[in-house]
Design a protein around this ligand. Sequence first.
Ligand code: 13P
Length: 391
Amino acid sequence: MPLVNIRDMLNHAYQNGYAIGAFDLVSLDFLEAIISAAEAGSAPVILSLAESHFEYYNFELAMAASEVAARRATVPVAIHLDHGASFESAVHAINLGCNGVMVDASQEDFDGNVSVTQRIVKMAHACGVPVEGELGYVAGVEGEDAEKHPGEVVYTSVEEAQAYLQQTGVDFLAVSIGTVHGRMKGEPALDFERLQEINERLRIPLVIHGGTGLSDEQFRKLIANGVSKINYYTALADTAGARMRSNAVADTRCGYTGIVRGIQDAMREEIARCMKVWGSAGKADAVLDAAEAWRPVQHVIIYNTNGKDDNEVAAMINEGKQVLSEIPGVRRVISGTAVQSGAKYQFTWLIEFVHEKVIDSYRDNPVHVDFADRLFRPVAGDRISIDYLEI
Ligand code: 13P
């Protein structure tokens, strides 16, 4: 089960002086290239799904595929929401299976960013999910990812970074020190002094957005100054695009499969190169030893309905299915009735939590408390409730 806690993963990278790639995927070709490169290089890896890319694919479908790929991988994998735009996006991503989320409130002023981030951190931590914040602004210059990040670069202030960490409790911080989303124009000048100071004050894993276009030497200096997660996308999109253009030129009559032929290999080569430069190649076993396995909990209730009438029971079940599945940390809500007549308990709720921590936050969640007190407990006097951690 190589889906692991991203906090343990990035802390391992931080403490051992290397960085883990967070590769944004926009199709199954990306997903397969990322996982197979990580497996070939024995590297921990982060599957990154950026909200700014949701117009290119269906998030729910991509999450299902990402989770299957992560669970059957032989290397440790985390699934991360990149550039989450709101509280609701973070809840949705967690409930679909992201075990890390980024809050991007970097367009807000400092106080606005702090208050949006605080709220998400409180919710996510109650689900066991670590949070990446961003302070300063990494703008885009050129290339398809650049369009998603308009405006000018704003460098991260060292003082603000310290205050932001104290006030929000984020687990990782994305810093702006001169990188840009998309392609670089000319040689990027990175402010390593600023990065060094931020690292000395914060002592948490730092994140670089806009990994495309940096030199090996720049990557090494970033990592030496606390960068443990590198976000990387445009170079993969450009590599795939170049291969597709050459396929189309080589055979002007080729269809879809002819056009995309070989793009996984091309991306895999680029991802493997990054993993070597960033030092994550060869670290899979060490991370598997150090990191908590990411395991869901099944909250199981079996109950009888004290002879209540069928309509009352059906109304309770329908409302429960609707409201409980929206509680942060709830992955799915299944309601069932016994197949065997005469079963000791006739009904069940099978509610899957993303993590053990949700047992407490779910119990205290006002939506759950209201449902349980108003509709469920009066109907289901005779019940057994047990939480099971996946083994
Ligand atoms: P690049 O597209 O410049 O590699 O940046 C990716 C990124 O930072 C996604 O969050």
